[in-house]
Ligand binder design. Structure first.
Ligand code: SF4
Ligand code: SF4
Length: 191
């Protein structure tokens, strides 16, 4: 399949049409992650319009987008940019284009949820820093965040931790992004 055909498939799966976007930029203006993105939501749509799939798949945008939906809410033409970003993320994963720091964060987050049933921010940050080999990243903010009760030292464990861990373990068996979206071309699903 050519990149042109792949892009057309991603757009169809996301139910997004390139020329619904007239590049007003309201999506980028409301995106909480835009400052960290190397391709802002408006840019994603521009790349889709000119057929630049590679630029989308190699951007950090597809790994930084939180799926909050603010861009879609603000769009005067109801263009669902996060749906397209999500499709692009799956396509990048199929092509082995994942980012090391995103994978590290995902692993640290899942380990955290399995242990406590909810996120413990301090542990997540610590695990991420160790695994991503960035031991002092954001450490200067810790005293301020502790003082303001934005993070806590002790984890706040929920009652159903075991059940949550079991759910995650079942989901981990479905670790192929194509399987996870029900679009697998893999004949057999691992059990
Ligand atoms: S807000 Fe909608 S129309 Fe405007 S640039 Fe973003 S996607 Fe395009
Ligand atoms: S869904 Fe993604 S791209 Fe859209 S505003 Fe939220 S973080 Fe930004």
């Amino acid at each position: 399949m050519t990149d042109h055909e792949t892009l057309a498939r991603l757009m169809a799966d996301a139910d997004v049409r390139q020329y619904d976007c007239y590049q007003c930029g309201k999506c980028s203006g409301g995106c909480p992650m835009a400052d960290a993105m190397d391709l802002k939501p408006r840019g994603v749509m521009r790349c889709a319009q000119i057929g630049s799939l590679g630029r989308i798949l190699n951007s950090n945008t597809i790994w930084l987008c939180t799926g909050c939906g603010a861009c879609a809410d603000r769009c005067p033409h109801d263009v669902n940019v996060p749906a397209l970003i999500e499709e692009a993320r799956y396509e990048a994963a199929r092509r082995g284009l994942g980012r090391h720091d995103s994978e590290v964060l995902n692993k640290a987050f899942v380990a955290n949820i399995k242990a406590f049933g909810r996120n413990h921010e301090m542990l997540l940050a610590g695990l991420y820093n160790v695994l991503a080999l960035k031991p002092i990243q954001d450490m200067a903010s810790v005293p301020h965040m502790l003082k303001k009760n934005l993070i806590g030292i002790k984890p706040n464990r929920i009652g159903a931790t075991r059940e949550i861990a079991e759910l995650i373990e079942r989901a981990e068996k479905w670790d192929d992004p194509m399987v996870a979206t029900g679009r697998s071309q893999t004949p057999e699903v691992k059990k």
